[in-house]
Ligand binder design. Structure first.
Ligand code: FAD
Length: 379
């Protein structure tokens, strides 16, 4: 039961956003910019954001050659180009909003390792460059075979190297810290440990039900608009939407003296990705080895995939270098029948932006911008 004072000051909001990942925080910032006098509250179930945004690889990525060619097998050209444009716009928005220094943004180069079975992809570089030219204004992909010898990667695996001129890398922790600081500085309220159980639309507002572990009761907050930015966890609140969780496994080595390469790298249609950060190698991926087990919102490690990642370090990335693993973790992505995020209204008061796939760093800010444009039209 709320006190009189709590009822007066803590229950009613103009806008509530569920989820403090990149999409939720960006949505809250956009809402506060649009409605500076209105109260905007972010509800996050974890002590920290607990999904993908603080657990990813920090690639400011637009899509590798084999990944885009794979997308073209399932989506028409216009769809692939439109999604590429979203990523480009999202990345620009993120960089402009927070500043490169505050998110550790760097362009140390982005490359794709091409294996024997993928050499056909090299014949499609000109085609992809032409397709994406109206968005990028430059050739997105260039051959970089001359670099292979400098990297120390397995020559048995790496038959070619493609440079992607549109991608960069960032520090996901700095990015999320800066986004949180910016939201607070603009007057957004953030409550952590706030697990939303359900919502109910009323005639004039939306009731948001939360578990309050200390009071051992369910609390109800009220808002004029509700934005659901819960990515892989959205089915709990909107059971009928097309969202499937996809767990991602990551590991990081201890610092390795004299590393021969820097920048970000993809291979196997983007299913594996690695980068250098603070003299260490961060490697993630392998979901394609065990889609069924990884279709989960449970954060547990998958020992088989973790072992495969270590094996990939030994055989492909660091074949002649000794290393040791510092730590491993997982994060949960969200996928659906196609790669486009869901950004829409579900009623005049309930909105959602979720299903960011494996590219929410680039997509997230643009998804939030589009969501708030829909709210502004409707509200
Ligand atoms: C291992 C891994 C590597 C990745 N690498 C990259 C990369 O290099 N580049 C890239 O662009 N993308 C990458 N991604 C994807 C990217 O991180 C995501 O697309 C993006 O972070 C999604 O942001 P979001 O805000 O939609 O979701 P999330 O960050 O998952 O945020 C959703 C939030 O909602 C909260 N929440 C959920 N349900 C509730 C509830 N009922 N009540 C209250 N709060 C709730 C969660 O705790 C969570 O904090 C990676 C993802 C993973 C897992």
């Amino acid at each position: 039961m709320f006190s009189y004072w709590e009822q007066e000051s803590f229950i009613q909001y103009d806008h509530i956003v569920i989820g403090a990942g990149i999409v939720g925080l960006s949505t809250a910032i956009e809402l506060k910019q649009l409605f500076p006098k209105q109260r905007v509250l972010v509800l996050e179930r974890g002590l920290l954001p607990t999904g993908a945004s603080t657990r990813n690889a920090g690639f400011a990525c637009m899509g590798s050659v084999t990944e885009l060619l794979d997308d073209l097998e399932h989506t028409d050209e216009a769809g692939v180009v439109r999604l590429f444009e979203w990523r480009k716009n999202g990345l620009e928005l993120l960089r402009n909003r927070l500043g490169d220094n505050n998110i550790g943004y760097k362009e140390n180069g982005s490359y794709e390792l091409i294996s024997d079975g993928e050499l056909d992809a090299l014949n499609r570089l000109d085609y992809l460059n032409k397709l994406l030219l109206p968005i990028t204004g430059k050739a997105s992909f260039k051959m970089a075979d001359g670099e292979i010898a400098n990297t120390g990667f397995s020559k048995k695996y790496t038959k070619a190297l493609i440079e992607n001129t549109c991608e960069g890398e960032l520090h996901s922790g700095m990015m999320m810290r800066s986004l949180t600081d910016m939201a607070i500085s603009k007057g957004v309220e953030i409550k952590t440990g706030a697990d939303v159980l359900k919502f109910e639309e009323q005639q004039d507002n939306v009731h948001v039900y939360l578990r309050d572990p200390f009071r051992n009761e369910t609390s109800v907050l009220q808002c004029c608009t509700l934005s659901i930015c819960t990515n892989a966890f959205t089915k709990k609140l909107l059971p009928y939407v097309d969202v499937e969780p996809g767990r991602g496994q990551v590991l990081i080595t201890h610092p390795i003296p004299g590393l021969k390469f820097k920048g970000i790298y993809h291979f196997d249609k983007g299913y594996y990705y690695f980068r250098v950060i603070a003299g260490r190698v961060l490697l993630g991926g392998g979901r394609n080895l065990d889609f069924k087990t990884e279709n989960t919102t449970d954060f547990a490690l998958n020992e088989m995939i973790q072992a495969d990642l270590v094996q990939k370090l030994h055989t492909i990335i660091l074949p002649d270098t000794s290393f040791s693993i510092d730590t491993s973790w997982t994060g949960i992505m969200a996928f659906g029948a196609h790669k486009f995020p869901v950004v829409q209204s579900f009623s005049p008061r309930v909105f959602g932006a979720f299903r960011m796939g494996g590219m929410g760093v680039a997509l997230g800010s643009e998804a939030a911008r589009k969501l708030v444009a829909i709210i502004a039209e409707t509200y």
